[in-house]
Ligand binder design. Sequence first.
Ligand code: KIV
Length: 273
Amino acid sequence: MSVHSSANVKRITTHILQEMKERGEKISMLTAYDYSMAKIVDAAGIDIILVGDSASNVMAGHETTLPITLDQMIYHASSVVRAVSRSFVVVDIPFGSYQGNSSEALRSTIRIMKESGAHAVKVEGGSEIKESIARILSAGVPVMGHLGLTPQSIYKFGTYTVRAKDESEAAKLLEDAKLLEELGCFAIVVEKIPADFAKKVAEAVSIPVIGIGAGGGVDGQVLVVHDMLGITQEFKPRFLRQYADLEGIMMKAFGQYIKDVKSKDFPNEKESY
Ligand code: KIV
């Protein structure tokens, strides 16, 4: 088996993601929130782009994901969709736009799908929101679940610590994963749970389980793009592998630009009309 066997696929679909799980090919997923970043992420060959509600933190500077609105998510999602030709684009339904009842969930989903052109939605939670998930799926929209540390519930948890460490929380998470599969979700994100347990969850369901802070035994990995590129400085959890120091590179470039402007080196004759 080639580790790049989905590389020649023209457009990633839920069917291809399922086949990747079945043949043991790991799924790559990153967030993106704007056109320029999404264009690079897509061209690099990332399988899934998540327009995450982490936009609330990294794009808007909020402390949590709770304040971002449906209109703002649609704006980010439509910018990403315009950039993408191969990746499968999943959009977080923001806090307060699906928990009320299943009609609200469907209404929010239809807005996201119609106004952004995305391919699927993601929701946080299990049995508590099963009617909403079923209603969205009945409209023919693929749903990705999200279990473990679900940031929209941060005030219930009170802390960003590892979830499902005790038996009862782990049992509930496993039941929820099976329920999401049974309802028809095409994949599940598990966030910040012990690696051994995450592996057990991935083995217990037939759909792809994609981890963030969940070890290597799951079917794929997701990171927030600003974190892995080293743009965000204040968020460096243990699970984060930083692949670049863009903050350092940007600071150097900005510093040089300031010098060049102040010294009148920029613009020179060639850069003028
Ligand atoms: O919003 C987000 O970026 C997410 C990922 C952390 C999975 O939900």
